[in-house]
Design a binder for this molecule. Structure first.
Ligand code: ZN
Ligand code: ZN
Length: 209
């Protein structure tokens, strides 16, 4: 109800953006899929609360939507389909929702004009760490490509990617000011994820306050 009302206002141009609710008044839901490790989910919850200062609820685990399954290069789930489903099924009391999975997720890599990057066979189904639109209501993050035999490192990487994708949902673009800001472009590289700190630089912070 609240959601469709908000949409109507958006259409009418009365409310300029989804960021009209102050960040500390927002509520974010985490949707773990399948047997995603609870200790990881709990740490992500605490980390988002700390970064953005808003309330974060963890929902009961669900099966990952089978309609998102694809097997082009290898068995994966389409991240764009998952975030569409998350957004559609999100309870109206939440402002944003983050899906967590250990399965491989993918999207299509396109240029600024919307064309699939060449070679298309490589980029039409491209494995990713996470995906979230800017601004957006939903995002999804996978541990599949964050893989390391060090549990502590896996958790650090996971928390960074989750905060990064939620930052996009909250309207933040890739950061060019803060050297170690978590909103730096991961540029398809785990090295960048390891390089950044789990913090928003003052520039990014001021944009969501
Ligand atoms: Zn990004
Ligand atoms: Zn920044």
């Amino acid at each position: 109800m609240m959601k469709s009302f908000k949409r109507l206002l958006l259409l009418a141009g009365i409310v300029a953006s989804a960021c009209s609710t102050p960040i500390e008044k927002k509520t974010i839901a985490i949707q773990p899929y399948d047997s995603f490790e609870k200790t990881l989910t709990d740490s992500v919850q605490a980390s988002i609360q700390q970064t953005f200062g808003c309330q974060v609820d963890v929902l009961t685990s669900q099966s990952i939507p089978q309609s998102a399954f694809i097997n082009v290069k290898s068995p994966r789930y389409r991240a764009d389909s998952i975030i569409t489903i998350l957004r559609r099924e999100m309870d109206a009391k939440y402002d944003h929702i983050l899906g967590l999975t250990s399965y491989d997720i993918s999207t299509t890599k396109r240029d600024a004009f919307g064309n699939v990057l060449e070679p298309a066979s490589r980029y039409e189904d491209w494995g990713i760490f996470g995906l979230g639109f800017r601004p957006g209501e939903s995002c999804v993050v996978s541990t599949f490509r964050l893989n390391t035999s060090y549990p502590q490192l896996l958790l650090e990487r996971l928390k960074k990617v989750c905060n990064h994708e939620l930052g996009h949902n909250l309207g933040l673009a890739h950061c060019t000011s803060g050297d170690k800001c978590v909103m730096k472009d991961a540029a398809e590289s785990i090295k960048t994820v390891d390089y950044v700190d789990l913090i928003l630089c003052s520039d990014c912070q001021s944009k969501i306050d």
